[in-house]
Structure formats: C-alpha cells, structure tokens
Unconditional design. Structure first.
Length: 451
C-alpha cells in the first residue's frame, strides 16, 4: 500500500487542497490538449479552404455533425469508464481501478469497430438525407468515409486519455496530441498542397495522425503508469464493473449522440440555404469548437474532481468546486464577447477569402457570442453531474438539445425578418434552454445527493 501511495504522488489527488487551484492545475494541460485536438479540424479547414476553395471547405463542414454522431457513440463509453475509475481512485481501491481500466478496454476493443463499419456504409445515405448540396456531395462522402476509418483510432486515444485523466494525469495525453497535431499539419501540406489530393488528402492526414496519437498514448500508459501494470488476475472480465461502466457510459453515448442528431437537424436547415451558408456555418462552427474548449475542459476537470471527491465522500468540496467553476466560466464568457463583436471579419478571413462568406460568418459570431455564458453553464453542471454518476441527466440533456435544434431553427428561419440568421439565433437559444434545464437538474440532484 505504501508503494501505491508513493506512486500516486506523480498523479493529482484532488481530494485534498484548494478546489479551485486543483481544478485550474488539472485543467490547463487538458485545455492545451483540447485546443491542439481542435487543430485537426482547423488545419484541415484552413488548408482546404485556402488552397482548394470554399466548396471543399463546405464539403468538410457538411460531414461535421454526422461524424460527431458516430464518434459520440464510442466516446461516451470511454468517458463513462473514466468517471467510474476516478471514483475508485478517490476510494483508494487499487484492484477496482485496474479492473475498470481493463474492462473499459475490452468494451472499447469491440464497440468502435462495429460503429465505424456501420458509419462507413451509411455515409452517402445520411449525407443525402441531410440535403447536402450536389456540388459538394462527392467530396463530402469521400471525407466522411475516411473519417469513419479513423473512429477506431480516435476511440483508442480517448480511452487511454480518459483513464489517465481519471487517475489525475492530464499532462501525458497532451504531449502525444501536440506531436500528433504537428504530424497532421505536415501531412496536410503534403497531401493537399503538394499532391493535390483535396479533401481526401486532408482526411487521410487526420486519420494517420490520430493513429499515431492513440497507439503512442496507450503504449506509454502501459509502460509508465503503475495502474496499467496488470497481473494475470487483473485481466479477468468483471461483470459488475462492466455493468457500472455501461450504466453510465451508454447514457453518455446517447447524450452525445442525441446532441449530434440535433446538430444534423440544424445542418439540414443550413444546407437548404446553399453553399455560401454552408461555408459560413462551417467556419463559425470551427471557431465555436475553439470557444467550447475552455468550457469543455473546465467541465471535464470538474468531472474528475467530483468523481474523486464523491468516492472519498467529501461532498462539501464538490459544492465549492462547482461554485468556483461557475465564476471562472463567467469571467471567460465576459472576455470573449467583445472579441467576437469587434473582430469577427478578421477571424472568419482566416478560413476563406470569399467576401460573402466572411460577412455572413462575422454576423453569425456576433449573434452567438451573446449566449456563451449559457454554454458555460451547460458544461459546468454536466461536469458535476457526470462525476456524480447521474446517468439520467445525460439522457435528459440530449433530449432537450434534440427537441430544441429540431424545432427552433425551423421556426426562426421561417420568420421573414430573421431568415437565415435564425440558424445562429437558434444555436444560442438552444444553449440557453439547455443551460437552464441543466441548472434545474443540479439543484434537484444536490438536495438529494450532496446535502
């Protein structure tokens, strides 16, 4: 036991010390890593948009919500396994920690292969169902199918990184992401700019980079992290722990998938306004993915913090962490608002040179930036409730987003005074609805579980 305690000093135990300092300390490497992960899409978009054209950029953007759907089905399982592992880590139960790592791995060996195969077969029908413009359909299908192959590699990295973060190690996944992002950039330049492989080249570059990132991170964890050093008895399939993983992981997968389906519904509305709107929406979506990262990172750090402290039965620390995280989120939201209001054109110009796309995208950023604070509420509350193992909220949050994104954009875009701007107003309004719903669920769950 002494050896285990000594080994844990290399990880971050979040059950002792100042909550806000621990959350920030844990968040910073995750934030850097998430930003680098977003560079996969950004590099693809910038290189394709600048060197191939707006149509190619729109083709990549048209696949975003669909690929997110299939990635989400796999990532929810990994996230669920990570949350259960963090709770065991808080309890200090080494055998349960190792069993959770192993059994999450078993599930993740099978699930992504099945999902990736189905996604590959459904690529063309789903993109057709979304009314993808005919001019970009061929490129969109090609890019989508390449990304479906990469689902296995993305899941491999997410599995390894989820386990390491649950154990308090948010730095190791960062190092491999940085290397992988550099590799992706180099390969993008080779495949798109030198070999002129267009969107297919961008997709192949991303998949190769994800493969390197996933394999490297997992092998490092096996070699260096003591909790990954398994004996024969550690490798047995444990039904009870697998059920726990699936009990939380499946609702998380459904949550992410429902959100992805809601994004597909919105994408269909966007597609109906033509390729300029699709290109503008693609550019603003890429930017909003960057904006999401501080919120998402804070939520993920809060999830690990909550899981460890819930396992250690320190509920007062969970409440303190939640309140401090809300304050951090509000400060970031206030800082981002004037940036988007004043510099929207310059930001969109990074992606394309088409003036119509630039003006449309800049106005869209001005609209959605008013709702950033509600987006932050979603991630902070989600982090706490996921860490507590509230599987019901995961499903509820997904359902709310689906209903909102199916109904709100259709209603708003049909109002003559709003028109296509209803696309982006609907994004903000759905964030607000989801944020209020999340906060109400936290208040209810807090009374039953934490007080």
């Amino acid at each position: 036991m002494a050896d285990i305690k000594k080994r844990e000093t290399a990880m971050l135990n979040m059950t002792e010390g100042r909550p806000v300092s621990l959350i920030i300390q844990f968040s910073i490497p995750m934030l850097i890593g998430n930003l680098f992960q977003q560079l996969y899409n950004l590099v693809d978009s910038v290189i394709v948009g600048q060197f191939v054209g707006a149509d190619a950029l729109a083709a990549i953007g048209a696949t975003g919500s669909v690929t997110f759907l299939f990635f989400a089905l796999c990532n929810g399982i990994g996230s669920g396994g990570g949350i259960i592992t963090s709770q065991f880590f808080g309890k200090g139960n080494v055998s349960e920690i190792k069993s959770c790592i192993v059994n999450t791995g078993y599930i993740m060996m099978v699930f992504p292969v099945i999902v990736g195969f189905i996604a590959f077969l459904l690529s063309a029908p789903v993109l057709g169902m979304l009314s993808t413009p005919s001019e970009i359909m061929a490129d969109a299908v090609a890019y989508m199918r390449i990304m479906c192959v990469g689902i296995v590699f993305v899941s491999l990295y997410n599995y390894a990184s989820s386990m390491l973060r649950a154990l308090g190690d948010s730095k190791t996944p960062l190092y491999f992401l940085i290397f992988s992002c550099i590799l992706n950039t180099v390969l993008d330049i080779i495949f798109v700019c030198v070999l002129h492989m267009s969107v297919a080249g961008a997709g192949i570059a991303t998949v190769i980079a994800q493969l390197v990132s996933g394999i490297s991170c997992l092998f490092y964890a096996i070699k260096k992290n003591e909790y990954f050093h398994m004996q024969k008895e550690d490798l047995k399939f444990d039904t009870n722990i697998s059920v726990k993983i699936l009990k939380l992981g499946v609702p998380l997968s459904l949550q992410f998938s429902l959100i992805a389906i809601s994004c597909m519904a919105l994408q269909r509305v966007v597609n109906s306004f033509g390729k300029v709107a699709v290109a503008a929406f693609t550019a603003t979506s890429r930017i909003e993915q960057i904006i999401h990262q501080p919120y998402q990172t804070l939520g993920a750090a809060l999830s690990t913090f909550t899981g460890q402290n819930y396992g250690a039965r320190k509920n007062d620390r969970i409440i303190t962490g939640y309140r401090k995280s809300l304050l951090l989120m509000a400060i970031f939201s206030a800082l981002m608002l004037p940036i988007m209001q004043l510099f929207g054109e310059g930001i969109i110009r990074i992606f394309v040179e088409d003036e119509d796309v630039i003006q449309m995208g800049a106005m869209a950023l001005r609209i959605t930036s008013f709702f950033y604070v509600m987006l932050g509420v979603i991630y902070v509350v989600r982090g706490v409730l996921n860490g507590l193992g509230d599987s019901f909220f995961a499903l509820l949050n997904g359902i709310v987003e689906v209903i909102g994104r199916f109904i709100v954009p259709i209603l708003l875009t049909k109002i003559p005074a709003i028109g296509l701007w209803g696309i982006w107003w609907s994004v903000g309004i759905v964030w607000a609805i989801s944020g209020v719903t999340a906060w109400m669920r936290y208040v209810s769950f807090k009374k039953k579980t934490l007080l």
